[in-house]
Ligand binder design. Structure first.
Ligand code: EPZ
Length: 419
């Protein structure tokens, strides 16, 4: 298992380019199952979760080829095994994204229930209930969800009890081939949902309201091929913005969508960071002083992203006072707290709240990554900790950050991967 060795204390300077969003590329790849024509997706990040989704699509019968350095061509003309087996799903819960497309395109789907993960139970009950509203008959047994709709899906009314990103994406992909109109209420408004809808419309779907909490879909007979570029990764963007501020450097962040991290930018400016939008795709971030302690609570988009909570906590660990950080989306997303404490952070958790007492200095240590975004928070803390930090199990980071050590080293970080 690979580790990172990081020597802290180096301010980052220079330009980083943001890759395509993992959480947009995953549903986009699943959407390719909805047509028998080829779909070409650009700006696909080369991260482990994408490789997992690729092998899952190939398992169902789709053919995938690389058609340029970061573009994939997916040909799902032959889907002879509409299944997502346990040994694939256990490594990536987002595999449940194939449930909707498979049952919509082939009339059946057999998807392993994604196990829990470090940050929570991660059930898919809302996905199942939504697909039943569209007429699918769903059985759950032996750890699998089996959905059938031999006469096709019918449009219907879906009202999510709570906002679910991949739940919205799953039912959106099913509804585009259902007969009649589907209305999804309390839909997720994340940019990745809007990006998926943009792709589906290019494929011939009829969708209104994507990106708002009410989405209307008129089902169509079939979808055709398309070409689409994935939006930039807003979590990578936020991670680099925090890296610039924490290390008291100055980073130009290119190929990003500043609007997608507006909630983070607002908090960072309150804490004393200097963030300037140079053009519609470029931010410049710097922060000369220790940040002020600013409270934060995660919320569904356009609120503060839960996927940036751990990274923000790392920054607040160096702040001038006490901040309260509340995680409202997942029940167990403080796995990074104990590891940050090994680096000298002073954090106490009470249920969904973490109380962070900022310290003047963090110190290097050996730590272990527990999940994707927790590993990012440890890297950020290691970049400012005095001395050397070793982070084990960085395969977590490889799931969602493309060439992270190369990008960080490219702006001055003293980071190397050790096998
Ligand atoms: C997506 O996960 C993202 N993953 C997550 O990013 C992100 O943290 C999350 O949305 C929230 O923004 C992808 O897009 C691939 P949810 P998702 O369904 O869709 C509960 C990362 O680091 N829930 O919006 O699985 C659930 O347990 C990952 O890139 C149900 O109870 O999250 C959670 O508490 C981590 N039943 C809440 O809803 C369901 O059927 C929100 O989850 C579905 C969800």
């Amino acid at each position: 298992m690979d580790s990172f060795r990081i020597a802290g204390g180096v301010p980052l300077h220079g330009e980083v380019r943001i890759s395509g969003a993992k959480n947009s590329a995953l549903p986009a790849l699943a959407a390719c199952l909805l047509t028998d024509e080829s779909v070409i997706l650009h700006r696909i990040p080369s991260v482990r979760d994408i490789a997992t989704m690729q092998s899952l699509l190939e398992y169902t019968g789709a053919a995938i080829s690389t058609c340029s350095d970061n573009a994939l061509r997916v040909d799902a003309s032959r889907l002879d095994r509409p299944e997502a087996p346990y040994d694939v799903v256990k490594t990536m819960r987002a595999s449940s994204l194939v449930l909707g497309p498979l049952v919509a395109r082939t009339g059946r789907a057999r998807v392993s229930m994604p196990g829990g993960c470090a940050i929570g139970a991660r059930p898919i009950n809302l996905h199942v209930a939504a697909l039943e509203q569209l007429g699918a008959t769903i059985e759950q047994s032996h750890g699998y969800v089996e959905a059938i709709a031999p006469h096709g899906l019918q449009g219907g009314h879906v009202h999510f009890d709570r906002i679910t990103v991949t739940g919205t994406e799953d039912v959106l992909m099913a509804a585009v081939l259902a007969k009649g109109e589907t209305v999804i209420r309390n839909a997720a408004r994340e940019p990745e949902v809007k990006d998926l809808a943009d792709l589906l419309v290019k494929m011939g779907a009829k969708i209104e309201g994507a990106g708002t909490s009410i989405i209307r879909i008129q089902g169509v007979e079939r979808l055709h091929g398309a070409r689409h570029a994935i939006i930039p990764d807003r979590i990578e963007t936020g991670t680099f913005a925090l890296a610039a501020a924490m290390t008291h450097g100055e980073l130009t962040i290119a190929d990003c969508f500043p609007e997608h991290i507006a909630a983070l930018v607002f908090k960072m400016e309150q804490a004393g960071a200097d963030i300037e939008q140079l053009d519609s795709h470029t931010l410049r971030v710097r922060c000369a002083r220790r940040p002020k302690s600013i409270d934060m609570a995660t919320e569904e988009y356009p609120g503060f992203a839960t996927d940036l909570q751990a990274q923000y906590m790392a920054w607040m660990s160096t702040a001038q006072g006490i901040s309260f950080i509340t995680e409202t989306i997942f029940e167990n997303r403080f796995m990074h707290v104990l590891e940050l404490a090994r680096l000298g952070a002073n954090i106490r958790t009470e249920g969904r709240q973490a109380i962070v007492a900022g310290e003047n200095e963090l110190t290097g240590a050996q730590v272990i990554a527990s999940d994707l975004r927790a590993s990012a928070s440890l890297v950020l803390a290691a970049l400012v900790a005095r001395g050397e930090t070793i982070i084990d199990r960085v395969y977590h980071m490889d799931r969602g950050y493309e060439r992270i050590e190369e990008k960080l080293a490219g702006v001055g970080a003293k980071i190397e991967r050790i096998q």
